[in-house]
Design a protein around this ligand. Structure first.
Ligand code: G1P
Length: 297
């Protein structure tokens, strides 16, 4: 069985849910505490053993490529000023040379189309997909659990969490079959079903391990929900030939493409950081108490 070495991170989306912040800046560069959202996805991929990342970008996203490049002027300035802490931070996030590839999705035709744009760089091997809007919060990253299950089961693995049964129309939903490792076999998948049509409340949370045969199906460019080329529809077709397993995530995902998810992520990560918790805990608690008193009045 081939090891999962490569990950695709689609970053071509326009971020319309977050205007005006995303008018001139990619949504993937919004910061959770002090690092851009996309950095969390890269760290999570590296933690899961990924050694090459393929970004599927679009127009106005070049700042993401610059962010992962070396900044010699900045390094020189920090060195002259003796700012060793800042230099160490830059060093920590610097990907090794050649670890990243960038390709463009030329038109916003859907997530399935974005993944398909990476086909030549991925080649004939299993690969991971991380949707960077979804920021993983927990003891270990969500993808590590999905890759662990893949190492036991082979086939394809999708990370899942449970959602409010009334909110299935916001996500891709999987059907639950027999137990497999720490997860279960998937019996079917539907993109954004109404609660009545949903096979369960296990939603696809934005982390996948897929076999390369998915590219052939995506290449047919069939449209699905929202008239987009949907990854979920292609996976449902691949399920006729290959096994799919669900890896329930023990932590939680924050949808940083939405205002509420983004604010919650900032609070959760700030409160979890030893260097920041004490600086923000009291002020946040006071703001919440004040708000509660206002609401009660
Ligand atoms: C995409 C996927 C969906 C998944 C969701 C997670 O939808 O198509 O299956 O549940 O991401 O965020 P989107 O949010 O792009 O509409």
């Amino acid at each position: 069985m081939k090891r999962v070495r490569k990950a695709v991170i689609p970053v071509a989306g326009l971020g319309t849910r977050f205007l005006p912040a995303t008018k001139a800046m990619p949504k993937e560069m919004l910061t959770v505490v002090d690092r851009p959202v996309v950095q969390y996805a890269v760290d999570e991929a590296r933690e899961a053993g990924i050694d090459h990342i393929v970004f599927v970008t679009g127009r106005n996203k070049h700042v993401i490529e610059d962010y992962f490049d070396v900044q010699p002027e900045l390094i020189a300035t920090l060195s002259r000023a003796g700012k060793t802490g800042e230099l160490a931070t830059l060093d920590l996030i610097q990907p090794p040379a050649g670890m990243m590839s960038f390709t463009r999705q030329q038109a916003p035709l859907g997530l399935g189309h974005a993944v398909w744009c990476a086909r030549d760089i991925v080649g004939d091997e299993p690969f991971a997909v991380l949707l960077p809007d979804m920021v993983s919060f927990g003891e270990r990253g969500c993808l590590a659990g999905a890759v662990e299950l893949y190492d036991q089961t082979g086939g394809n693995v999708i990370a899942v969490e449970q959602c409010d049964p009334l909110e299935t129309a916001r996500y891709g939903i999987v059907g639950r079959g027999n137990a497999a490792g720490h997860g279960f076999a998937i019996t079917g998948m539907v993109e954004k079903p109404n609660p009545a049509a949903a096979p369960s409340n296990y939603y696809i949370n934005g982390r996948y391990v897929l076999q390369p045969e998915i590219f052939g199906i995506l290449g047919r460019q069939e449209r699905g929900a929202g008239n987009e080329i949907q990854l979920t529809d292609a996976m449902q077709q691949l399920l006729e030939d290959q096994d799919f397993f669900a890896s329930p995530f023990e932590g939680r995902m924050f949808d940083c493409g939405s205002r509420e998810g983004f604010i919650q992520a900032n609070l959760a990560f700030a409160l979890a950081r030893d260097d920041i918790r004490d600086l923000v805990f009291e002020p946040i608690s006071e703001m919440i108490s004040l708000q509660k008193r206002r609401c009660a009045a």
